[in-house]
Design a protein around this ligand. Structure first.
Ligand code: HEC
Ligand code: HEC
Ligand code: HEC
Ligand code: HEC
Ligand code: HEC
Length: 329
């Protein structure tokens, strides 16, 4: 995790409690609130709502997962979404935070990608220099950069190129974030966003962390999800899969290999299904990337419907199923 610059915003209405102490202690309101919070803190052992189960059902569609950034569950129920309205545009659509049918990002080989992709240099796992690592590591490939465009805390979660409706496209959004453009969006279901928050300690995590979070309102602790730009404490990505794999080696052999993709074809249908772990070749050989283990849309076990595997995993990690797909251990 990397902590970024100074706080970029002050949460305007303290309807759920203080976010940044310094921002509110100046006012009478602030002092009253602070007293309440200190009291709550004294009574409750933990300061924030840590590790709450999600309000989304995690069934059927990405619209019923935490990747629905309108934050209103597609099939009813789920979170209210309102708490976020001041901090990200509510486009009222699900896919648009990541994809667009037209006007997609041309600087990136990701499917119809609608997000701003800033140039970022990451601290990669090999910098740790463990004695056991044998494979070359590059900067994260495209199938990790898509995820990191939200999870590294450098880009607002609502920073897209083509907002819904006509005339809401800005080409320079491909690589840089334009607040005036994003501010031109009016939320139809709640207050307009005055800030476009990133998954960073003083932004989304101002509420969603145990250190500075708010108590009792259901803002779960997302600290671990804000991966930052320091990847030394994450399973290596942009790392080549050993070319010698299979029986007698430390690695299993992906049964299917095509030019850009290799995968463990567990049902032998010759297609890379969502519930099959995969390796991406973007020019440096087959590599492990975020999307090797995760599918950002949610995956049902055995592709059979029902609740998605936890944390968008392609296969259940019960009994370390994810790890044992690649590692012979
Ligand atoms: C002012 C405090 C506050 C800020 C800032 C905030 N949230 Fe929240 N968030 C909450 C609260 C409170 C809830 C629970 C209430 C609800 O479900 O609507 C919540 C719920 C959520 C949920 C649903 C959790 C679940 O699985 O049930 C997600 C996802 C989420 N927020 C993401 C974000 C992101 C991303 C940002 C930054 C763009 C953000 N939040 C900024 C307070 C905040
Ligand atoms: C949170 C971001 C996010 C959201 C929301 C999202 N996607 Fe994706 N989608 C991705 C990423 C990342 C990939 C590339 C995965 C990879 O690297 O293989 C992708 C890939 C795809 C692909 C092509 C490959 C595949 O995995 O099937 C299709 C089709 C697709 N998405 C459709 C949709 C649709 C339709 C929606 C809305 C219902 C949606 N996505 C919502 C992030 C998202
Ligand atoms: C549009 C922004 C966005 C993109 C792109 C994105 N995520 Fe997320 N992701 C979120 C938000 C918001 C949450 C809710 C928690 C939080 O605030 O971190 C989340 C949560 C998660 C979680 C925890 C889910 C849970 O139910 O506990 C995982 C795992 C995850 N993302 C992985 C990925 C991976 C892997 C990719 C790329 C394939 C990706 N994300 C792309 C925004 C994004
Ligand atoms: C080798 C497989 C693998 C790769 C590669 C991988 N993850 Fe994960 N990820 C997992 C597993 C397994 C979990 C569940 C951990 C748990 O339940 O504690 C997880 C959990 C997460 C979570 C939830 C927070 C947590 O720690 O529980 C997020 C967010 C996440 N991954 C994002 C990413 C992103 C972004 C990338 C790329 C930079 C990535 N993952 C690469 C296997 C992987
Ligand atoms: C998609 C394939 C894949 C999956 C799935 C996977 N790994 Fe790996 N893992 C690799 C590769 C490739 C390396 C690099 C091996 C090397 O350099 O010799 C690696 C390296 C490692 C290392 C050694 C790091 C070092 O410093 O030497 C550990 C430990 C590890 N993985 C644990 C896990 C765990 C735990 C899981 C499950 C959560 C997992 N892996 C899932 C492919 C995978």
């Amino acid at each position: 995790m990397t902590s970024t610059s100074q706080p970029r915003f002050v949460v305007p209405k303290p309807s759920h409690g203080p976010v940044r102490m310094g921002a509110i202690v100046g006012s009478t309101w602030g002092w009253a609130l602070l007293t309440v919070v200190l009291l709550c803190t004294a009574l409750a052992p933990a300061r924030a709502d840590t590790d709450l189960p999600t309000k989304f059902s995690n069934i059927g569609t990405v619209g019923n997962t935490r990747h629905n950034l309108s934050q209103r569950q597609t099939s009813g129920g789920g979170p209210s979404g309102q708490t976020m309205d001041s901090f990200r545009n509510d486009y009222t659509e699900v896919c648009v935070y990541c994809h667009t049918p037209h006007g997609a990002n041309r600087t990136t080989a990701a499917p119809l990608w609608n997000r701003t992709m800033k140039a970022t240099t990451y601290q990669t796992y090999d910098l740790l220099a463990t004695a056991s690592l044998t494979q070359p590591v590059t900067q994260p490939g495209m199938n990790s950069l898509t995820c990191l465009s939200c999870h590294d805390g450098q880009t607002a979660v609502d920073s897209i190129i083509n907002m819904p409706g006509s005339g809401r496209f800005l080409a320079t959004q491909e690589t840089s974030e334009n607040a005036a453009f994003l501010n031109s969006w009016n939320n139809s279901r709640g207050p307009d966003a005055t800030v476009h928050a990133r998954m960073a300690p003083t932004e989304c995590l101002a509420c969603h962390s145990s250190g500075a979070g708010i108590v009792g309102a259901g803002a779960t602790d997302f600290t671990l999800f804000a991966i930052g730009t320091d990847l030394r404490n994450d399973h290596p990505v942009g790392i080549r899969y050993p070319t010698t794999a299979g029986p007698g080696t430390d690695f299993k052999d992906p049964s299917r290999k095509e030019a850009r993709l290799a995968w463990f074809d567990t049902n032998a249908n010759s297609r890379a299904d969502a519930n099959e772990i995969r390796l991406y070749n973007t020019g440096d050989g087959y590599e492990v990337e975020c999307a090797s283990c995760h599918d950002p849309h949610g995956v049902s076990p055995s592709g059979a419907g029902g609740a998605f595997n936890a944390t968008f995993l392609r296969v259940s990690n019960a009994g370390s199923g994810v790890c044992l797909t690649c590692h012979s251990k």
